[in-house]
Write a protein that binds this ligand. Sequence first.
Ligand code: PRP
Ligand code: ZN
Length: 283
Amino acid sequence: MKPLRIAIQKSGRLFEPSVELLRSAGLEFEWYKNSLISPCRNFPMEIYFLRDDDIPEYVQDGIADLGVCGDNIIAEKQVDVTPLQKLGYGKCRLTLAVPNDGPIQTATQLNGKTVATTYPNLTERFLRERGIAASVVTISGSAEISPALGLSDAICDLVSTGSTLKSNGLRPIVDVMSSEAILIGHNGISQLPVVDELLLRIRSVLRAQGHKYVVLNIERSRLERIVQLLPGVKSPTVVPLAEEGWVAVHTVISESDFWERIAQVKQAGAQGIVVMNMEKIIL
Ligand code: PRP
Ligand code: ZN
């Protein structure tokens, strides 16, 4: 059987978390600087390291079976691929930015100006919807240097930490869209059992990352309230303590409302609350 081919970014925001996700999903592979393809030792898959902006088209055209890229690129390229799973990392914003020392303060002031970007479709749509008559210059990389080169008055580019803008003397004026990493597949590929297996592994890692394992002690008489507050994956495990009338409750809590839940269970009488990270949750 031909190995599955997954494309990930070769350098940039998505590279490290993508490698980490695949490794957490139990895949063993080497990566050396400038590697283009790495075979997995323990799974029928090859990892392609490519420019993130090219990945959607490679997946659409079947050069790769799967790919990880920002969902902004999918919106920009209008490619025909199957979205399989949002990955929760690589969060960033597509943002209009202008020189710090220039006169432009608002998006409306871009009327009659030029905007350089590698995302012409998203930028043009944003400007059109707001009735701003700016001209969009499409470039193939490093939009951040175009105002300094006199190529444009503004840029529209991805901002994550903001350090690229800062080091180029630019400041954001308005967000065009927000984005995060997504796993995409060539149309029809999700029917393959091997893709199912990979998705099961990836989802079990993502689920574990979004939850904490919690153990606490509670008087048996107050157990009902705790079970209501902490339903867990199915329902909590309850084990008796050596001390008469007390039990330990084992369960998982979602990261999103973690501290609210902890406050509630403390109020309900929980003691000795221990919280642990998990590796995987397989449903
Ligand atoms: C994006 C963008 C900026 C950088 C912004 O690059 O083009 O260069 O991220 O991040 P920061 O706000 O943390 O400085 P990407 O990772 O997509 O790589 P690419 O430009 O090579 O495609
Ligand atoms: Zn990119």
